[in-house]
Ligand binder design. Structure first.
Ligand SMILES: Cc1cc2nc3c(=O)[nH]c(=O)nc-3n(C[C@H](O)[C@H](O)[C@H](O)COP(=O)(O)OP(=O)(O)OC[C@H]3O[C@@H](n4cnc5c(N)ncnc54)[C@H](O)[C@@H]3O)c2cc1C
Length: 378
């Protein structure tokens, strides 16, 4: 397997690393506390293209393949997984349009991101989480478009998005056969932001409800055919799950680095704690698991790029394994760092809180295991 990257791709990965280490990480503990990314940092993310990672070359973007997007996400997550999630959510929201949209829809969407606009992917509802087919947000056909009514919840970038790829049902009786994707302009009449969540981790990223009350969406904003939404949701998540894996690897790597650095400066019993074999065992396991997760994430990306028939299974495995590793490694990092790792002065506990969401969003790890078992058994 060849994970080699071109000099152009290396340029953007190096840029992401520099932004993560020089701009994001030094601000990350303060951002974690306030839950707000300073405007100056948002501008850096926008101007450097970090909020438009998925935009293809033909629509004015960097034209990164999914492996490079994942590598960039990994670097950003080493600075702060919340900030990285804000950028990754723009890519996630783009995939339904890029996979299923027509030329005008793709160009209009990409123009928004190229101009610094923000986006959100809105599938989840209070009654439709793991069961995406249970979406009850309704799209009623009317002259020239659709009238949308319903509530979406837990939507990343909800409060800051300019455009949303939103899943609604065109069938009154519901069911996945009526699921349809619409691009909703957040300035539309009848669109509003509901409750904003106060979260355990990735606090830099805003998460909220989105409320649609007789919100008119033009027919030109319907992505692909009525009823195509479930398939587009699955294709989108298959594309994006390795990126969640990459965010997880970034968190795990940051935790490994923090634990090693701490173990080399903290002394007990007159020696550095890195000289204790039990600490060394923890560090060895952390390094080993993080590398194994990275390998699986990169492999899943490369399988998507070649259209491998097992790409969906590897996508689920990469997300599931890497996020489980991130949870284990960050928990051990706190252990290596002792009491200070448990406080908000050091990064340890933040990494642990940030890692937890990786096992939940874009399909819980139970759902990933269903996908994996289904593919493996049949
Ligand atoms: C911070 C955050 C950001 C998010 N961002 C977005 C976003 O941008 N867009 C979006 O659309 N959604 C988003 N989500 C929603 C997220 O994808 C869902 O929370 C997730 O898919 C789980 O759905 P649920 O919370 O309804 O849990 P449920 O589906 O109610 O699951 C509860 C528990 O039951 C288990 N379970 C459910 N069904 C099965 C089954 N068949 N077999 C075994 N176990 C099962 C689950 O694994 C879980 O442990 C976000 C959520 C959070 C917390």
């Amino acid at each position: 397997m060849d994970f080699s990257i071109t000099p152009k791709q290396k340029e953007i990965i190096d840029l992401a690393r520099t932004i993560a280490q020089e701009e994001i990480k030094p601000a990350s503990l303060a951002i974690d506390k306030s839950g707000v990314i300073p405007e100056g940092l948002m501008q850096i993310l926008k101007q450097s293209g970090m909020t438009a990672l998925a935009v293809p070359k033909e629509y004015g973007g960097a034209g990164l393949d999914i492996l490079t997007v994942a590598m960039v996400a990994e670097q950003l997550a080493m600075g702060c997984a919340g900030v990285a999630t804000v950028c990754a959510a723009n890519a996630l929201a783009s995939f339904p349009v890029l996979i299923g949209g027509n030329e005008e829809q793709k160009q209009a969407w990409c123009d928004t991101l190229n101009n610094g606009g923000m986006a959100a992917f809105a599938l989840t509802e209070p009654g439709a989480g793991s069961d995406a087919g249970a979406v009850s947000c309704h799209a009623e056909k009317t002259e020239g478009g659709y009238i949308l009514n319903g509530t979406k919840c837990f939507i990343t970038n909800g409060p800051i998005a300019d455009k949303v790829t939103l899943f609604a049902n065109t069938r009154k009786e519901g069911g996945m056969r009526g699921l349809t994707v619409f691009v909703v302009d957040t300035h539309s009449k009848g669109f509003s932001i509901g409750k904003e969540e106060d979260k355990m981790g990735i606090r830099a990223s805003a998460t909220s409800e989105l409320i649609l009350e007789d919100c008119f969406v033009p027919e030109a904003n319907r992505i692909n055919r009525e009823g195509r939404g479930f398939r587009l949701a699955m294709q989108t998540l298959q594309t994006s799950r390795p990126v969640v894996g990459a965010l997880s690897v970034g968190i795990a790597q940051a935790a490994v680095d923090a634990a090693i650095a701490y173990s080399q400066q903290r002394k007990q019993f007159g020696v550095k704690i890195s000289s204790f074999q039990m600490v060394q065992e923890m560090i060895a396991n952390m390094v080993m698991k993080t590398e194994a997760a990275r390998g699986l994430v990169y492999r899943a990306c490369s399988m998507q790029m070649t259209g491998d028939p097992k790409a969906a299974m590897f996508s689920a495995m990469a997300k599931c394994y890497a996020s489980d590793v991130a949870m284990e490694v960050t928990t051990d990092a706190v252990q290596v760092m002792g009491g200070i790792g448990y406080t908000r002065e050091a990064y340890g506990e933040k990494y642990m809180r940030d890692a937890k969401i990786m096992q939940l969003y874009e399909g819980t790890n139970q759902i990933q295991r269903l996908v994996i078992a289904n593919e493996a058994i049949h």
